[in-house]
Design a protein around this ligand. Sequence first.
Ligand SMILES: *Cc1c(COP(=O)(O)O)cnc(C)c1O
Length: 430
Amino acid sequence: MVKRKLREPLEDRKGNLYFDGFSVEELAQKYDTPLYVISEKRIRENYNRLYNAIVDKYKDVHIYYACKANPNLTVLNVLQSEGAYLDAVSPCEVFMGLSSGYTPDRILFTGTSVRNDELKFLADAGITINIDSQSELDRLLKIAVPPTISVRVNPEVGAGHHNHCITAGPQTKFGLWEEAALKAYATAKKARVERFGIHMHIGSGILEIDPYLQAVEKLLSIAKRVHDELGIDFEFIDIGGGLGVPYQPEDKELDLSEFVSKVVSLFKSKVKEYHLGKPFLCIEPGRYLICDASVLLTTVNTLKITPHHKFIGVDAGFNTLIRPTMYGSYHQILVANNLNPKNTDMFDVVGPICESGDILAKDRELPQVVEGDVLAILNAGAYGFSMSSQYNSRPRAAEVMIRQGKPVLVREREQFQDLLTTQRITQQGE
Ligand SMILES: *Cc1c(COP(=O)(O)O)cnc(C)c1O
């Protein structure tokens, strides 16, 4: 078996897996499984690595945490304390941001198919809205004329780890194409909106730099037209998120210094060339900040051999982590008490959900395990808990954060009763 070097905050202590200084077996025992364990330290490191890399090249930078990746209030609060801003895609994400310490001026709302009552909620709360259609803008302006408007443009180039995660280019529902964007800015200006931003978000899980360069170039050429033709100055230019992380052993890390030097240089030179003043450069990572800051722990309960497969049955399924089922994503899996196995075999790791697609890993080389062993599913921090569900009427997992050197429960495990509280049994004729 190819031995891969563990990366922080993972550690091999005599063949046993530690996460941010704690034995994952002991965490599993104490809090039960399935359990998401989050490293506060790693989140802060990821944030600061990115922030320092950019600020070095361009001083006026804002990092917006795209919180749909994991909207846990403590995660939000940790990033808030680092100075992060927040990108919210639903009113409840805005509410969570406000509840965890973000002031309204530090939240950007980037929704799609947004309802009127949602627009009213956002306008009342003083949240800047990133417009996704002329329809949304027209409806907003009937409700309120906000001081600031941003428009999400489609820079006509997209990228991403899966078709579902490409959010720009010809096939997408997101953003406004160039001419439509010009019209939206003209509408907003006519309605006496005073301050402006411009935005794009091309996709998720991007490990190459070229798509960003093409998209930034297009974004800034649209900004130039808006500036030249409508006399609009931009307070901020938001290049979106999507920075990828390596999941597969052979994936290369995004070269951050190359990313920053190429993308930020292009940004700076175009801003200067087009006389766009001194806008804030905004970037909206979700995955990059939290993905490798969390593992999902799950316990083996079943071993089953059929004529075709060797199954390892565990207590986490696609209700807990949907990425393998939804996107065919790869997540590395480690056996917590056997990091340096002598013998391995090929296994399918499957969950408790009554569907055949409930597979966390297929044909995976792993050591022989026994019932009761704890498995750690790596890189589970982004779109892990946040995409989990109660399907098959299974209460959702707990989240523990290693915070200031101690494990603390930051989300309780749901109980049966939690699945019943919003339901009513009505009698016939009632
Ligand atoms: C999801 C999303 C992001 C973050 O994507 P990542 O791939 O997690 O970085 C950023 N901006 C918007 C508008 C999004 O919808």
